[in-house]
Design a protein around this ligand. Structure first.
Ligand code: ATP
Length: 234
């Protein structure tokens, strides 16, 4: 579904991605793992067109999207829920969700999609008339994910949804990610929460200093000595 081939990216003279290649197949839940600064967010921003001018090829459903503007990439069905959530704090929960469904197809199905989002996140239903800025961190993350789903994504990209959340909420968020995936949405997830994500994903790619250094099935990587030592502290 998504193919990233030899992606290179730089900030001015500083090259931060080096020939990064990976793929996400239809229906999969794929994780990009790596420490702070490994280049994960840069990869996601390149895919969704937020950083233009990267070198390499990004294909989605057989089409080259490397040079497309970000709104055109979103219109193809790639929806990116960024780190930091970027909600509209003074708008209500419901209005934030509506902002996720501005394109014609999503707009025409707004009511039924919102019903599904409220089934996944009952707390958003309960708080639909409250301002987004008044929600807790975990609820804001749920709203950001819900807003992404309102766009009817073919590929949902989630950048560190567990960041800053308590262990109980992290488990809850990951359960919902799994549920979204089992409902047919392909997911590309960036995480630093290595143990939890490896146990739930289909496949993972490990990034170090802007390079893919390892790839494999989640459970296989969980038993890998390098992963155990470098990421799990075992
Ligand atoms: P984190 O988990 O901290 O977000 P990451 O793996 O997502 O880390 P990136 O944010 O992609 O990593 O950063 C990769 C490298 O690029 C880092 O060395 C970072 O300092 C650098 N970098 C990121 N954004 C910029 C920017 N706007 N200008 C200059 N350098 C940047």
């Amino acid at each position: 579904m998504l193919k990233v081939i030899n992606l290179n990216a730089s900030y001015k003279d500083l090259q931060v991605l080096w020939d990064v290649s990976f793929e996400v197949k239809q229906g999969e839940l794929v994780v990009l793992l790596g420490a702070n600064g490994a280049g994960k967010t840069t990869i996601l921003n390149s895919i969704s067109g937020i950083i233009p001018g990267t070198k390499g090829v990004i294909e989605f459903l057989g089409t080259d999207i490397t040079k497309l503007a970000s709104f055109k990439i979103a219109a193809q069905g790639i929806i990116h829920v960024p780190e930091g959530r970027r909600l509209f704090p003074e708008m209500s929960v419901k209005e934030n969700l509506e902002m996720g469904s501005l394109l014609p197809e999503a707009k025409s199905k707004r009511k039924e999609t919102m019903k599904k989002v409220f089934e996944l996140f009952p707390i958003l239903h309960e708080k639909q008339h409250q301002e987004a800025g008044d929600l807790s961190g975990g609820q804001q993350q749920m709203l950001a994910m819900g807003r992404g789903l309102m766009a009817l994504p073919k590929l949902l990209i989630l950048d560190e949804p567990s960041l800053g959340l308590s262990p109980v909420l992290v488990t809850q968020i990951f359960d919902i990610v799994k549920e979204i995936n089992s409902q047919g949405v392909t997911v590309l997830l960036v995480e630093q929460n290595v143990a939890k994500t490896l146990s739930m994903c289909n496949r993972a790619y490990v990034l170090e200093n802007g390079r893919v250094v390892m790839e494999g099935e989640g459970k296989e990587l969980l038993n890998n000595d390098h992963i155990k030592e470098a990421y799990l502290g075992i």
